[in-house]
Design a protein around this ligand. Structure first.
Ligand SMILES: Nc1ncnc2c1ncn2[C@@H]1O[C@H](COP(=O)(O)OP(=O)(O)OP(=O)(O)O)[C@@H](O)[C@H]1O
Length: 366
């Protein structure tokens, strides 16, 4: 088990990168602590696989260092880094039995016969492969093959970390949920550092204690699922996490706060000061649909026109037009609003977030 530190890491697939756009990883410092269950979450092409391959040693970073427990490992081969990696598609030896596939990494590390037998049976038990141990891998279904692939990653007890690169893509949806729970159990039982790459927020939050959200080659936030939901540090986290994502409105500074059209949001003196210091005109406010409220008309409410109500069974999503901006609000199943109604919106203090150049500014932040 190791702490994995990425220091001033950057990677470009170009020989002579000309600008930031040529980088798959852009100047990044990050620590994956020993024994954590982590998810690396982000859209296609944001650099997740590149980062995993740099950690495992399949790829040499063009800049920066990879440190395992403080030791630089940039030049070490994947084998010498002791990393297990499970890919999107199964990697199994078709001509070998399931037992031999699972035993393979242990035999390579010269583990004793009795220990191999015990460990293979233990991992086969956890993954419910015990009845298939004598079958040749070529006769397995895609699901079963991927379970064997995962088992090969999990079987070694000496690994620094296990990296999963979208491992459940080929798995049947019913089984997906079950396997994710299994991985979580295995993490709790064996206390292994696990990094799980996915572009699915549900998959990330059911597996991980902490999620790193990646966007355009950077980790824009590293936090618990609750932190990402309640306090998105970047507009992308607001937009990407949650369903629907955060409402974001481009605004400009005005006396005492920010405004768009004829609508003004007063801000605290500290936030006003921070906006002044930042000096940028790229300002947005954001509020999650879960926190935008309907209220009686009052001095702190905003009149808006209901455009559409989507009934999702246990709740409803209301789309409203506030001064030309379409916002979404999550309402309880018994709220009575119809398209065309005038409603009054309240933005509760603390839930209206302010972003400068897409990063959150807060009362307490520097
Ligand atoms: N071997 C390669 N050669 C050139 N460019 C590459 C290579 N591999 C990845 N890229 C580019 O690097 C960027 C990051 O890709 P990467 O595969 O790391 O993203 P990802 O987040 O894992 O995406 P996905 O979820 O689609 O696998 C993308 O723009 C991609 O096109």
């Amino acid at each position: 088990m190791a702490e994995i530190r990425l220091r001033s890491l950057a990677h470009s697939y170009e020989r002579q990168p000309k600008g930031a756009d040529d980088y798959a990883i852009r100047q990044l410092d990050h620590v994956w602590h020993k024994g954590g269950a982590y998810a690396l979450l982000g859209p296609s092409g944001c650099g997740k696989s590149t980062m995993l391959n740099i950690i495992s040693g399949l790829l040499q970073p063009s800049e920066g260092d990879v440190l395992f427990d403080g030791e630089r490992v940039n030049e070490l081969s994947p084998r010498d880094r002791n990393i297990a990696q499970v890919f999107q598609f199964p990697v199994v030896y078709d001509s070998m039995t399931v037992f031999d596939n699972l035993a393979f990494p242990l035999r390579n590390s010269r583990v004793g016969k009795a220990r191999i037998q015990a460990r293979v049976e233990e991992i086969a038990g956890v993954l419910e492969l015990e009845n298939l141990l004598n079958r040749k891998a070529r006769n397995l279904t895609a699901d079963e093959k991927q379970k064997v692939s995962m088992g090969r990653g999990l079987v070694r007890e000496d690994v620094s970390a296990i990296l999963f690169d979208e491992p459940l893509t080929v798995i049947d949806p019913q089984l997906k949920w079950k396997l994710r729970r299994k991985l979580k159990e295995i993490h709790e039982q064996f206390d292994i550092t696990m990094i799980y790459v996915t572009h699915d927020q549900l998959e990330a939050s059911t597996f991980a204690d902490k999620i790193a959200v990646m966007y355009e080659g950077r980790i824009v936030q590293f936090g618990t699922p609750t932190e990402l939901f309640e306090n998105p540090n970047h507009t992308f986290v607001g937009f990407f996490i949650g369903s629907p994502g955060m409402n974001l409105i481009a605004v400009e500074r005005c006396d005492g706060g920010v405004r768009f059209g004829d609508t003004t949001f007063p801000l605290s003196p500290t936030l006003n000061e921070r906006l002044g210091e930042a000096g940028s005109t790229n300002i947005k406010v954001g509020i999650r649909p879960e926190f935008l409220q309907l209220a009686e008309a009052d001095s702190d409410t905003y009149p808006a026109r209901a455009m559409d109500v989507e009934d999702l069974g246990t709740y409803q999503i209301l789309s409203v037009n506030l001064d030309g901006q379409i916002l979404k609000a999550r309402l309880s199943e018994d709220a009575r609003v119809s398209a065309g109604d005038m409603v009054h919106l309240r933005f509760p203090a603390g839930w209206l977030k302010v972003y400068v150049d897409d990063y959150l500014i807060q009362e307490g932040s520097a």
